[in-house]
Every structure is written in structure tokens, then in C-alpha cells.
Design a protein around this ligand. Structure first.
Ligand SMILES: Nc1nc2c(ncn2[C@@H]2O[C@H](COP(=O)(O)OP(=O)(O)OP(=O)(O)O)[C@@H](O)[C@H]2O)c(=O)[nH]1
Ligand SMILES: [Mg+2]
Length: 302
């Protein structure tokens, strides 16, 4: 135990680069939701990887972004920045062959905390001409001093095996912070709300997902049945305007029904049992600009 290492590794980067996909792949379990649209993750979420020699506490963060004026976006950016302050190592996730002004701004913010930075160049499965990666890595290595630069595909799980060892090397000697069987700091209630929001994000077009929050009003575990656990969940989907309510519900209630079906199926798998899910759609005008509403929905302002 004296050689045991434990600490935090913050996963940061632009929205949509694949941070949450990476966290889930590293853990071999879904603890953070994923969607093909930016700004999917809104909260700091821990993913705990325990081996005999170490415990790495990965911190998934909301994608850092600028240009959004809403209070929710400020909360998201602050939460990502605060995760940096606690980190023993930083995993900066990038998209292969892409370097934007936003990446540059994030790199500068990361450099200010003065921790080892591992650059993870993600989505290499999309790069047809692998030769194009060499000049990209070369340019990247000149932008900052990186402890490592690792090409990966979080989605295809390419080149992830060696990552924990690279991170471990930067962690202090310490006993584990969490029990060996704990995967995340978030409870099932939180995960249920997130899964509903994930299905909404996939099913709704354009801007609408950003104005949606999901709140679990009821989470009741009943006596287990023959098929395992039985859980009754009631969730409210909060939208910002009455017109959005109609869109979420869809003609004849079809869209909401489909979202409920998809969420329920996934929750059955995640919770290893049978979930009964009831969804309501309610309006809370401009909740994403209301500090009180944000706090009510569990947004932390670090
Ligand atoms: N082709 C490819 N797609 C990927 C890879 N990793 C993630 N994606 C896709 O990229 C999109 C965004 O993934 P997320 O994991 O939600 O990205 P994120 O960085 O957590 O995004 P935010 O939470 O919005 O900041 C999803 O459609 C993923 O399936 C990869 O290695 N290859
Ligand atoms: Mg994410």
C-alpha cells in the first residue's frame, strides 16, 4: 500500500471533442452521457478507475466555450475551470488535425494551473491519411510542453490501454479516496435525469436541447421482482417557452413517447432491472438565466 498512488485527472477540451466518450471507454461503463452535439455535459462528473496499484479519479467536465452569454454557460465554464485547480494531471482532448482559437484559449487556461498536460488527439479513426497526423503532432508539440501526446479513438477504443499508466505516473503517493467498487460520485437519480436528457438531445434539432433541463421528482425502488430490481421514476422535462413544450411532446405525443421508450430501455440495462418511467413537460421561463433555477437543478457555481 505504501507505493499506492491516487489523484485527480481532469478531462478538458472544447465541446464535442469526445471527453465523455473517453471517460466511459476508460471505465468500461457509462457514467457520462454522449451526444453528437456540443455542450452535452453540463456538470463535473467523476469516473473512478481502481487498479491494485492506483486509483485514478477522472473528472469529466463541460466543454469550455466562449461567446455564450447565458448564466448556465457561465456555470459550465466555471465548473470546468474549477476542476483544473484540483487536478494532479490534465488530459487535454483535441480533435485530430484540428486546432481552433478555442483550443488555444483552453490550452492557455490549462497552462496557468501548471500541471502535467497529456494531449489526447482523438477521433483518429476519421483520419484517412495517417501521414497527415505527423505534421499535426509536430506543430502541437511546439505549442506547449506536453508530458505526452497520444493519438486515440475514444469511440473505437484505440490506443487507450496505456493511458492509465501515463496518468498514474503523475499522481502522488496516497491511499485510495474511494472504495474499490465505486465507479462515480453521481447517484442513480442523477444518471436517470442525464439519460433522459441524452435521449432528448439526440431527438431534438438545433438549439432546443440547450434550453432543456431534466429533474427527477420521484425515484422509488420497489420490492425486487422475478426479473430483478423494480424502479419507478418520475421526471420533469423543463423547457423555457410554451412553444418548446409542443415540440418536445410532438404530434399526438409521439416524440415524448419515443424519448421515454429509449430512456427506459437504457435505464433497464444500467440499473439491471425494470424501470417504470413517467415524463412530464413543464415550462419555466428562461430557467437557464436564473441562478435560483440553476441551483435547483443541481448546477454548482464553484
Ligand atoms: N469518429 C469518432 N467520433 C467520436 C470519437 N469520440 C467521440 N466521438 C463522437 O463525438 C461526439 C461527441 O462526443 P462526447 O463524448 O459527447 O463529447 P464531449 O467532449 O464530452 O462533448 P461535451 O460534453 O458537449 O463537451 C459524439 O457523437 C461521439 O460519438 C472518436 O474517437 N471517433
Ligand atoms: Mg461531455
Amino acid at each position: 500500500m505504501s507505493e499506492h498512488r491516487c489523484g485527480y485527472a481532469a478531462i478538458v477540451g472544447r465541446p464535442n471533442v469526445g471527453k465523455s466518450t473517453l471517460l466511459n471507454a476508460l471505465l468500461g461503463a457509462k457514467v457520462s452521457i454522449v451526444a453528437p452535439k456540443p455542450q452535452t455535459t453540463r456538470h463535473r462528473i467523476l469516473g473512478i478507475l481502481t487498479t491494485p496499484a492506483s486509483q485514478i479519479v477522472f473528472v469529466d467536465t463541460p466543454g469550455m466555450h466562449s461567446g455564450e452569454r447565458r448564466m448556465m454557460n457561465q456555470f459550465m465554464n466555471r465548473s470546468a475551470t474549477a476542476s483544473l485547480a484540483d487536478a494532479d494531471a490534465v488530459l487535454l482532448v483535441l480533435e485530430a488535425l484540428v486546432w481552433t482559437e478555442e483550443d488555444q484559449r483552453i490550452l492557455e487556461r490549462v497552462q496557468r494551473v501548471n500541471r502535467p498536460i497529456i494531449a489526447l488527439v482523438n477521433k483518429i479513426d476519421r483520419v484517412r491519411d495517417k501521414g497527415a497526423l505527423l505534421p499535426y503532432f509536430d506543430a502541437l508539440s511546439k505549442r506547449a510542453h506536453f508530458a505526452d501526446i497520444v493519438p486515440i479513438s475514444a469511440e473505437k477504443r484505440t490506443n487507450l490501454q496505456g493511458l492509465p499508466a501515463l496518468v498514474e505516473a503523475h499522481l502522488p503517493l496516497s491511499p485510495p479516496f474511494y472504495p474499490a467498487d465505486q465507479l462515480t460520485d453521481r447517484n442513480e437519480r442523477f444518471l436517470a435525469a442525464e439519460i433522459v436528457r441524452e435521449k432528448l438531445t439526440w431527438r431534438l434539432r438545433e438549439e432546443l436541447p440547450y434550453g432543456i433541463a431534466v429533474e427527477i421528482e420521484r425515484f422509488e425502488e420497489q420490492e425486487p421482482g422475478a426479473a430483478g430490481r423494480r424502479i419507478a421514476i418520475g421526471a420533469v422535462i423543463w423547457v423555457e417557452r410554451i412553444g418548446q413544450k409542443a415540440i418536445v411532446i410532438g404530434a399526438g405525443g409521439e416524440r415524448l413517447k419515443e424519448i421515454g421508450r429509449l430512456a427506459r430501455l437504457e435505464l433497464n440495462t444500467l440499473f439491471k432491472g425494470t424501470v417504470h418511467l413517467e415524463l412530464w413537460v413543464k415550462v419555466k421561463e428562461n430557467w437557464a438565466d436564473s441562478e435560483q433555477a440553476l441551483r435547483g437543478f443541481g448546477y454548482e457555481s464553484p
